[in-house]
Design a protein around this ligand. Structure first.
Ligand SMILES: [Zn+2]
Ligand SMILES: [Zn+2]
Length: 84
């Protein structure tokens, strides 16, 4: 049974671990901030052709939500939650 818990600072979700100090990666960084859908991994190779927003290519874009126009680019990184 999980004894230790930690809260994600990004989304407030509580994660559990049965080890003290256990690290859980919250998946909220993969969720679109605008619509909540799961985003697709951003592929820089396709950026100029497919995404057509080449001023964004220097940013650390990790995920993209294709449900919007223009598409929503996310620079969020995985959030590690320490359970204590
Ligand atoms: Zn989270
Ligand atoms: Zn979206």
């Amino acid at each position: 049974m999980a004894k230790y818990e930690g809260k994600c600072p990004e989304c407030g979700k509580t994660h559990y671990s049965d080890r003290k100090g256990g690290i859980v990666v919250c998946n909220c960084w993969q969720r679109c901030q605008m619509c909540g859908a799961e985003m697709d991994p951003y592929m820089p190779d396709l950026a100029m052709n497919t995404y057509g927003l080449d001023e964004k290519r220097d940013l650390a874009v990790l995920m993209v939500c294709t449900l919007h126009f223009p598409m929503f680019f996310s620079t969020k990184k995985p959030v590690e939650v320490a359970c204590t």
